[in-house]
Design a protein around this ligand. Sequence first.
Ligand code: CP
Length: 369
Amino acid sequence: MAKKTPVEWTRKHLLGLEDLSAGEITHLLDAAEKFLPYATGRTERPARKAAPQRLKGRTVLNLFCEDSTRTRTSFTLAAERLGARVVQFHAATSSLKKNETLLDTARNIEAMGLDAIVIRHPERGAPQTVAEAVNCSVLNAGDDAHEHPTQALLDFLAIRHKFGRLDGLTVAIVGDIRHSRVARSNLYGITKLGSRVIFVGPPLFLAGLGDIAAAVETSTDLDAILPECDAVMMLRVQFERHEGVALDLEDYKRGYQLTAKRLARAKPGAIVLHPGPINRGLEITNEVADGPQSVILHQVTCGVAVRMAALSLCIGALDRQRKSAKPSPLTPPLSRSTQRLSTGREGRGRKKRGLSREGRGRGKSSAGA
Ligand code: CP
């Protein structure tokens, strides 16, 4: 059999999985696999060495404008285990509250010396816009209901760990699909690696899928789909995004809650995933969340390895670009549209590019995965 040519990683940013090739995703997963022994920080053998200090002397900014437990902690530990210093930015106590724009915030902190910005933001496209305005690497830690690439990558790693492959598997993603960036990134990524994805939920949560509606198989009947499933990924019902959505919780539980009885319909050896945070007793019962088929906590461990890989690959690509580039200004000149975002006089432009005042860390910013 012909040997596959290894893919070279050339991206300094990780903004989503939509644009990544199957080869790039596999490259990231293979790199993450190598970091897995360091992902818990525990040494199982006394002689085990610390993780390679690939980011020694580097500085990573966690720019979170939405709440997070797993992603912020995981990026922090990943960067620190590779030797980097991590600066935590908290939107609620920052000058965003004094009307400073997101781009001014990012560019000002970058002027203090940054290698990477990890950004979570309640508006779609904010990581991309920041990436266009700074010189350092930018990694998307979740933007609105758009993408959450490292979450999807950690899901793939957990699934690959269990089955040894991703091709030929059937993965049901169940629940509040409409408001889920996790579902979207999973769809973009895992189908390129040969898995079949089925979005399952009530019509209410399968509506409004926009550009991906035509590309995805959907079902409103979880019980009918389960016998085909190798993996069942339950999603959190995202009440904070439910403006104008009337959900009957008892009805929802009857149709879509993953119970032990229901899970017994899936293929033998099927695994259960959930990105967290979990609404226990709503989308999933305690018995299943904590049961033998659940890989939920293993997902979290995989997350540290994936973020170690993502940070070291992106900063590695940044280094190569910095070496080969001509001397450049400290921060890149802003394009006209980005300039408007930076002055705070952007009006329609700001709305169009998805950086309204709410996106500056005020308003509804309690969403998680
Ligand atoms: N899965 C996830 O993104 O969790 P957090 O919202 O806690 O970061």
